[in-house]
Structure formats: structure tokens, C-alpha cells
Design a protein around this ligand. Sequence first.
Ligand code: MLT
Length: 215
Amino acid sequence: MNKKNQLGFIHRFIPSNSKVFTTLLLLHGTGGNEEDLIPLAYELDQGAAILSPRGKVLENGVAPRFFRRLAEGVFDIEDLKFRTNELADFVNGAVKFYGFDLQRVLAVGYSNGANIAASMLLLRPETLSAAILFRAMVPFVPEMLPDLSNKHVFMSSGLHDPIVPKQEAERLFSLFKKAGAKVSLYWQNSGHELRIEEDVQKAKECLLPWRSSFS
Ligand code: MLT
């Protein structure tokens, strides 16, 4: 087994050509794979490096996900926590293997991918510096909230999302706020699907303060 495979996830890594760069950790939705969010990542930041794993859980034997669920929106919390730690360990391994800066890792997650990114912020906050969460819900509520005061979180949620009701996105926003994160919630006139142009534009605007903290 080569070293890349020892990192534990099927994944793509695309290095950056810049000297100082962000690494986008791309986390796809249910049934997706490591290729799905790459075009969106280039829209977000052309100069970024990309680390894009494929979720290891296969729903109904066919649909890759990042953790198990018992029903739509009902999560297997034990598996979620196990998979969150596993993914955080993968990111740490990739930092050493590919040589990028852990302080500049920005998660970009859609749906199931956004939910595990939110879970990483709550369980392994040191793994991420910022997160863009498209159509996310509360993954779980920790007994003790982590200190997220140095994290930037941008949430984009659908006003007519049949999978994530409005109150659910608001609950996640409040959780991050309570943990001290610099969080913003943008309402998109959409369902659960992405509206790439607007979603990306708003995410870029909201993350400007995070970017400028490096320059
Ligand atoms: C999840 O299972 O993470 C959410 O229900 C979103 C989805 O993947 O449909």
C-alpha cells in the first residue's frame, strides 16, 4: 500500500501554485464523491490547494456518506463521532504527507458533508480554521461547548429546504454563536440544492475577514 492510501480515505489532493495558500477540505453530499465540489472550490478560491476525501459509509451499498444515519435527518451519533475523529485524523495525516498549513484549512461542506464539518468544529475544532456550510443541520449537541472564538463559520441555508427546516439551521447558528464563533447565516431562496452562483458569492464575501487575518 502506498503512503497516499495509508491516509485512510480515497481522496484527491490538488496542490496550490502559490507560496501562501489556503487548503479547502471538500466534503460532498450523500451519494457524491471527491470530484463533486472541485469546480465550486475553484470558484471560491483559484489559488487554494484542495483536499477532497470520499465518505467511507455506503448507504444502501451505493451512496457514499461521511457517517451513518438511521433515517433522513436522524443520525447514528456513535458512528458520527467515530467518523468525525477519523476524518480529523485524516486531515492531520494529510498535513504531514502533503505539507500544508493546518492553520489555514477551510472546510467546504454540502449537506452530509456540511454536517460532518459542523461535527468537526464541535468535536475536533483544532482541525479547522474556518468552515463554509451549505444546507447544514445540527449534527449533535455536545455536553460542553468548545471555544470557537477564533473560528469563522459561514452558513448558507435554503428557505424552502425540505430536509433542513428553518429552525434547524437557526439552532446550528445559535450553537456556534454560543461557542463564540464568528458565524453568519445567509438565507438562500432555494430548497436543499445549491444555487452555485449566489452561494459562492456570499461565501466569498463573508470569508473576507478570515482571509485578511492572514495578510
Ligand atoms: C444527512 O444525513 O447528513 C442529512 O440528512 C443530509 C443528507 O445527506 O441528506
